[in-house]
Ligand binder design. Structure first.
Ligand code: NAD
Length: 520
């Protein structure tokens, strides 16, 4: 690929510093409070998906460096866990202010490395920022429980203590939001953390770490290491790491879940999706079509909450033509260009994979109503662009239906009845989310009850829940039992200690009883 330096404003200060020594600049690790360039001899190019320019290079962190990061986190733990929760909250309070200050820089970095539009990149940061805001209330979130006088003179209470060193492994599609789902909650609970960003777009994690240090997070509380499978396996195997948060594909997620659990670790693993929308004929047509376009093609379909499959019930299938017209009007361009609706997909390989799945749909008998595969964006001829694509008459036995496409491709299916549509959705192995569009409260309520998905939208496309709830994917979209953020997230990063205390004047001369103590 063509090598050229990225404009410095989008890089973290630490990465920029390396550009005087290396061209392209190298993304540093963060170990014990210092940003250090890896001594590795293997680096991966971070490519701008709209141009193929090399933005930076990310190291395959060495075993020694990884061990040093875990050791730094372990060393920082005793003093950090004993730091008052109000102090830990205040670091988050400052961090949220700094993220707001550097929102544009973060968004520019995300657009450059990940490809989404600037406005969408701001949303990526903002949804993570909300988790930081939520962590500012940790004193309340982490509260224990107390029952007085469970027996005469005896009280029992439980406290939620941090686990120790926790780790996070991130996907490419939300370079700011997903690291922010992880480390703010973990560290505000009193844990220390080792973060492994996606090797495809590590820049936002480094900027966020710089901001966390500026906000006053002590050295060693947050560490960052880079790499791919080897470093992930090292995280799974390390005896000092107590819990792993993972977000990404099912292949990686189930591997990590199995390997880390076998070593006795807690794992929360958010994975792939195939989110369906059921469209009832009584739905508000315009609002529904707008929602389908936004949730199907926003971020070029690279959201785990993308609505990728539409099930038209009865006559609502007549709306397909309007859906196609609306999709045609979307502007595909570099995410930096004003007016762009969707940017490129992450890599050449991703584009090839998506195009192959579209072709497999055609070969299996689906009808291609809109084909975005041959799009060329003037000025960005090297970009990994795919225009909005719509396949209809899709059946459940088709490869394009069974696989998560993760691109700007909407699959349309038809059902004669509402019940048939619900059965169709429930047969799918994934359970991240499902939506219904209808003006019938009765249908909506039946949908809410009968649908087997962890996140349900009623007249809204799948929402990423706000941080006072949790991100509740289910079935093959999630492994573990404590979801990300919300109450479950705090429970994930803490363990319960239950204390029973007795304070009373004990009468002298009572005998000893060896019977099981009871509180009668
Ligand atoms: P990915 O699984 O390829 O990569 C995620 C992380 O795992 C990266 O850090 C990568 O280095 C590591 N990794 C990749 N393959 C590995 C392997 N074989 N062994 C060990 N580690 C490995 O995922 P991606 O392509 O970056 O992200 C897209 C996927 O993430 C999609 O499936 C999407 O649905 C999913 N996702 C899910 C959610 C959710 O909350 N459910 C959110 C965002 C993304």
């Amino acid at each position: 690929p063509q090598i050229s330096a990225a404009p410095s404003s989008q890089l973290s200060t630490a990465t920029e510093r390396s550009s005087s020594l290396h061209q392209p600049p190298r993304v540093p690790n963060l170990i014990g409070g210092t940003f250090v360039n890896s001594k590795s001899s293997s680096f991966i190019d971070v490519l701008n998906p709209a141009t193929q320019e090399v933005v930076s290079q990310v190291p395959l962190t060495t075993t020694e460096e990884f061990k040093a990061a875990v050791a730094a986190a372990k060393d920082a733990f005793p003093s950090w866990r004993n730091t008052p929760v109000t102090t830990r909250q205040r670091v988050m309070l400052k961090l949220q202010e700094l993220i707001r200050r550097d929102m544009d820089k973060l968004a520019l970095n995300i657009t450059t490395e990940q490809g989404k539009t600037l406005k969408d990149a701001q949303g990526d940061v903002f949804r993570g920022l909300e988790v930081v805001e939520h962590a500012c209330g940790m004193g309340t979130l982490q509260m224990g429980e107390y029952v007085s006088n469970v027996a005469n003179g005896i009280d029992t209470y439980s406290i939620r203590e941090p686990l120790g060193v926790c780790a996070g492994i991130c996907p490419f599609n939300f370079p700011a939001m997903i690291p922010l789902w992880m480390f703010p909650i973990a560290v505000t609970c009193g844990n220390t953390f080792v973060l492994k960003p996606s090797e495809k777009d590590p820049g936002a994690s480094i900027i966020l770490a710089e901001l966390a240090m500026e906000a006053g997070l002590p050295k060693g509380v947050l560490n960052i290491v880079h790499g791919t499978t080897d470093i992930v396996n090292a995280i799974c195997d390390d005896v000092d790491i107590r819990a792993i948060s993972f977000v990404g594909s099912n292949t990686a997620g189930m591997h990590i879940y199995g390997r880390a659990a076998a070593k006795g670790k807690r794992v929360q693993s958010n994975m792939g999706a195939k989110n369906h929308a059921i469209i009832m004929p009584d739905a508000n047509m315009n609002a529904t079509l707008n929602a389908l376009i936004a949730a199907g093609f926003g971020a070029a379909g690279q959201r785990c909450m993308a609505l990728s499959t539409v099930v038209f019930v009865g006559d609502s299938k007549l709306w397909e033509g309007k859906l196609v017209e609306s999709a045609k009007s979307l502007k595909v361009n570099s995410g930096l260009e004003p007016g762009a609706d969707l940017g490129p997909v992450i890599s050449k390989q991703a584009k090839e994979r998506i195009c192959k799945l579209i072709q497999s749909g055609v070969d299996d008998g689906a009808r291609l109503l809109l084909d975005g595969r041959d799009i060329v964006v003037p000025g960005y001829e090297q970009g990994n662009f795919i225009g909005p694509t719509i396949l209809t008459d899709v059946r459940t036995d088709m490869e394009c239906y069974k696989e998560e496409i993760f691109g700007p491709v909407l699959l349309c299916m038809h059902a004669d009845t509402f019940e048939e549509a619900i059965k169709l959705v429930n047969r799918n192995k994934y359970g991240n989310g499902a939506s219904i569009f209808t003006s019938s409260g009765v249908a909506a309520r039946k949908f809410q009850t009968d649908i087997e998905a962890g996140q349900v939208g009623i007249n809204v496309p799948i929402p990423v829940p706000l941080p006072f709830f949790s991100f509740t994917g289910s079935k093959a979209s999630f492994a573990g039992d404590l979801n990300f953020y919300g109450k479950a997230g705090v429970n994930f990063y803490t363990q319960i200690k239950t204390i029973t205390q007795q304070w009373k004047d004990l009468p002298s001369g009572t005998g000893v009883s060896l019977a099981m103590p009871t509180s009668q």
